[in-house]
Design a protein around this ligand. Structure first.
Ligand code: ATR
Length: 286
């Protein structure tokens, strides 16, 4: 552990964390730009997690990513919080300044939008259906509204979709829509922002909302072809994507915050998709 801090050290904190690909992504960025930095993953106990993140910074950590289930719980560590993190209600990036103050930011939403833009699959005024009304959905709404898209939120528990859409109504065109009424609308992009994929499930949506030209995007990234992606392909979409692009783009925006360099995202995605995911990927425990 001591030797670690001789380099500029960054980490992702979560529980669980073994699945995280962030170290592979950031360590690839360091190679690309020849930086003497190291990025590790840290399994954080749910007890005393704020103290343990503070300890990391006291030991010389320069920045961190925060993942589930701590994203909504680290606001009190920050001396300054970006607008987009405040609006998303969650923080996925911490940056330590030289004066020892900490900035909290959220790069999930901008990472998602950047991926859509890089893929050239989004336009202003597009109708985007977001399935799910949890943290993942909440994180992407603001940048999409700001970009000028019309957002529709649906959810198994409809009331949550209603509450979420109300919360964002001052930022642009957003409304909630029941699963039953989905087939009355035409969507350009359908995003799976549910956690159904964790158990290899898919949200129950009417298949006739999927057309050949409908862009289907699964934010849940576990394997190349998720069940949601298979479902969308089966029902005719020929533009189906997994969340790897979002993952790399949110990492790129965090890296930019820390190093003031925007890394080559395309090269990184190529590297990740070629590389067989290493099993036995060890993490530190705090
Ligand atoms: P996250 O932070 O990952 O978004 P969350 O806040 O627990 O996680 O939210 C999970 C979302 O996935 C919710 O919208 C949930 O629907 P409910 O509000 O009805 O619980 C949705 N979800 C999870 N499993 C699902 C399933 N099998 N089918 C449809 N929606 C599902």
């Amino acid at each position: 552990m001591n030797n670690l801090y001789e380099k500029k050290i960054y980490a992702v904190f979560g529980n669980p964390i073994s699945h995280s690909k962030s170290p592979e992504i950031h360590n690839f960025f360091y190679k690309l730009y020849n930086l003497n930095q190291k990025y590790i993953k840290i399994h954080l106990s749910k007890k005393n997690f704020l103290k343990n993140i503070s300890f990391f910074f006291k030991r010389g950590g320069k920045g961190a990513n925060i993942t589930l289930p701590f994203k909504e719980k680290v606001f009190s560590l920050c001396h300054e919080i970006t607008n987009r993190a405040k609006i998303a209600g969650s923080i996925n990036t911490l940056k330590l300044f030289e004066n020892e103050t900490i900035l909290g930011d959220n790069t999930d939403g901008i990472g998602f939008l950047s991926d859509l833009l890089l893929k050239k699959i989004v336009k202003r005024k597009f109708n985007i259906l977001i399935i799910g009304a949890g943290g993942a959905a909440r994180g992407i709404i603001y940048p999409l509204l700001k970009f000028g898209c019309n957002i529709f939120i649906t959810n198994r528990t409809f009331n949550k979709a209603k509450i979420l859409s109300k919360e964002f109504q001052n930022f642009g065109n957003i409304e909630s829509i029941t699963l039953k009424n989905l087939n009355q609308m035409k969507f350009n992009i359908i995003v799976n922002a549910t956690s159904a994929g964790i158990f290899n499930n898919i949200p129950l949506i009417p298949e006739n909302i999927i057309r050949k030209e409908t862009i289907c995007y699964d934010m849940f990234y576990k394997e190349k072809n998720t069940n949601f992606m298979k479902f969308c392909k089966n029902f005719g979409s020929n533009k189906v994507f997994n969340g790897i692009g979002m993952l790399v783009n949110q990492a790129a925006h965090s890296f930019f915050l820390w190093n003031n360099i925007f890394p080559n995202v395309k090269k990184t995605i190529k590297f990740l998709t070629k590389k067989k995911i290493k099993k036995n990927n060890k993490s530190l425990k705090y």
